[in-house]
Design a binder for this molecule. Sequence first.
Ligand SMILES: [Zn+2]
Length: 502
Amino acid sequence: MFRFALMMLLPVSGYTQSTDSLFVNPGKQYVLDYISRPEMFEKFGRISDAIWSYAELGLQEYKSSALLAKTLEDEGFNVEMGLAGMPTCFVASYGSGKPVIGILGEFDALPMISQKALVPEQDPLIEGAPGHGCGHNTMGTAGIAAAIAVKNAMDEYHIEGSIKFFGSPAEETLISRPYMIRAGLFDGIDAIIDNHLSSKFGTSYGVGGNAVFSVIFTFRGKTAHSAGAPWSGRSALDAVELMNIASNYLREHLFYTYRMHYIILEGGEAPNVVPDKASVWYYVRNTDERVEEMYERVINCARGAALATGTELSDIRILTAIHQKHSNKALAELFQKNIELTGMPEWTDEEQQYARALQKELGKDEKGMPEKVDSLKAPSASFTGGGSTDVGEVSMIAPTATITFPGAVPGTIFHHWSAVAGNYGSLAWKGLNAGARAMAASAIDLLTLPEELATIKAEFEEYSKEHPYKAFLPEDAVPPLDLNKELMEKWRYIMEDHYKEY
Ligand SMILES: [Zn+2]
């Protein structure tokens, strides 16, 4: 087992710096110094570790969102909790008037991947429990650290405008952002700073990820004695199985950017009773241009299955529907300069040793932690599809780009025990601290450099003319607050003993 002594960060001048960085005005220097202070390094590191230990699933992040919201409130932010129909969704605002700069923050965990912190081999903390395998514990925390530093700089240097932190639940199930947009929470926002933990320190522009429809199909049939009178029954499970077979044949005839996966939620309760209710949860993913047509074809698979089995397709429940992410180039260029200004954290021998041990265990290159920040990443010439983020929906309504900050060991598999192991302790603390500095520095630029912001907004206007926003989410969709509820109630009771209180 590896445990690390926590190391104080070097002052900003101790980092690798680029020569063409944006001018460092006093407000920007202030936020860089503020977040680097040892007491802030520790404060935000401990908040991240506490959220790691809560490991709350999407829409059940009561403790995590409360900790972030309270920290902002204590700093003088105006916090509104329980927005857009989600108890764990909140917005924290400071300042008044234009420009309005937004920072996104996430805090939900993933099911089944519990793991002991900083142990480089699979060893669950609690067998089968949720874990933070995507670093969202570090991300909400990095976001509030940046927002608090910016707020203090606004006070200190009389910087005009507003800073808003968007506490966004259930990113792992891509749920909150379309509902937050529908509720008008992003109205009047000039630019959005998103962040994600990574093994790299960098940013990118252009289109990325797939659009998604997340949908539960429910079939109703008739019960009967499965052996005594099966001819009287109509199996809803048969309908689910036939729908899945149909959609698996459909794959052959979909454009290659698609992704499609499902889990069966209900399929009866005993083999000797013909199931009269069955349901299946689909993710239907493709590009913005192709996803609606693909979704229609999947619905036809469901209709055909109902017809074939004499059952009824009784409900089609859309949990969420989102667009691809379109990162603003001018905004990413501004982020890049501040990433270079911040520089890669320096890793201790112990941290490198842990990184290599984990890489060895995973069969990856034993190269340790990275030393340099990445260069600005252009979009791939041929998009072949992939995962998704509901940040995509936000990118349709305001200029948005993402700072990915380091801390995850290169070779780590996200949504896997290896990510849970390392998203805690000094690697995570250093990564989120660097990310917070790059975000805060960028926010100061956006508040104080009107020409830069104008360029970013002009690019967005141009894009929006060609891609006007129209929600995929139907108007009658509501946030699925029942999702993860029972699961989290069960685990919370078991996990409480392992909570690290901040
Ligand atoms: Zn994530």
